[in-house]
Design a protein around this ligand. Structure first.
Ligand code: T5A
Length: 213
């Protein structure tokens, strides 16, 4: 594979949309212009249908936590096999709005699903596939949710209680400590400051990469 896979992670309202634009601009400035953008859950017709159910539910039927987890992995493998891997193989760089770290944080930390159950699914579905770099935008849930709320109605997951989001943040931070491919960005700062942090991290990471253009 010649392309690289960069993922932006964080709680709702962390600023992922802005960060994705920043990453794309920096890559362009480094002559990396053939970019593929993805979002999770979603990014293929089947994965987008699953996204809709995960975010909005369907016909008031309770969606169990385990079914939610299975749908997330179904959507993810559709996206990996049909979009991400072909793009990387063709030399395109992929910028992902969320990936598996979201599942570890939301379903593992937030929903408190069994660690072994998630780990087994992850191994079976993803194998050793993982992003080359993850930028985790760290924000206190109160701030992120306030920003998300200012945009309008909250979806099924966004309506969860504050402790749910505090557990997610704790899990994100714990996982980031264990994995050198995850960089933590202080996303409580201004948009300009966050942009600078991304610029610093991405530029020094790019300098360590063998890039085939
Ligand atoms: N999910 C997803 C799981 O539970 N498990 C999984 O495995 C996966 C993949 C996806 C939902 O699914 C869950 C997580 C989510 O609940 P989504 O819409 O893709 O939903 O994700 P959200 O996090 O909900 O997306 P948001 O659009 O809410 O978050 P963003 O993109 O981080 O926020 P953004 O960039 O739009 O910013 C929100 C507002 O804040 C402002 C922006 O201008 C915007 O108005 N803002 C700032 N304001 C001040 N200072 C800053 N630094 C700012 N940065 C942004």
């Amino acid at each position: 594979m010649t392309g690289k896979f960069i993922v932006i992670e964080g709680l709702e309202g962390a600023g992922k949309t802005t960060a994705i634009r920043t990453v794309a601009t920096i890559l362009n400035q480094n002559n990396i212009c053939d970019l593929q953008f993805t979002r999770e859950p979603g990014g293929t017709p089947i994965a987008e249908a699953l996204r809709n159910i995960i975010k909005n539910g369907l016909d008031h039927e309770p969606l169990t936590d385990k079914a939610e987890l299975l749908m997330l992995y179904a959507a993810r493998i559709q996206l990996i096999d049909n979009v991400i891997k072909p793009a990387l193989k063709a030399g395109r760089w992929v910028i992902g709005d969320r990936h598996d770290l979201s599942t570890q944080a939301y379903q593992g930390g937030g929903r408190q699903l069994d660690k072994v159950f998630i780990e087994t699914l992850k191994t079976q579905v993803l194998g050793d596939f993982k992003p080359d770099l993850t930028l985790y935008l760290d924000v206190e849930p109160q701030i992120g949710l306030m920003r998300a709320r200012s945009r309008g109605e909250l979806d099924r997951i966004e309506q969860q209680s504050l402790p749910f989001f505090e557990r997610i943040r704790d899990r994100y931070l714990a996982l980031a400590q264990q994995d050198s491919t995850i960089a933590v960005i202080d996303a409580t700062k201004s948009i300009d400051d966050v942009t600078m942090q991304i610029q610093t991290i991405l530029t020094s990471w790019l300098a360590t990469q063998v890039i085939t253009l």
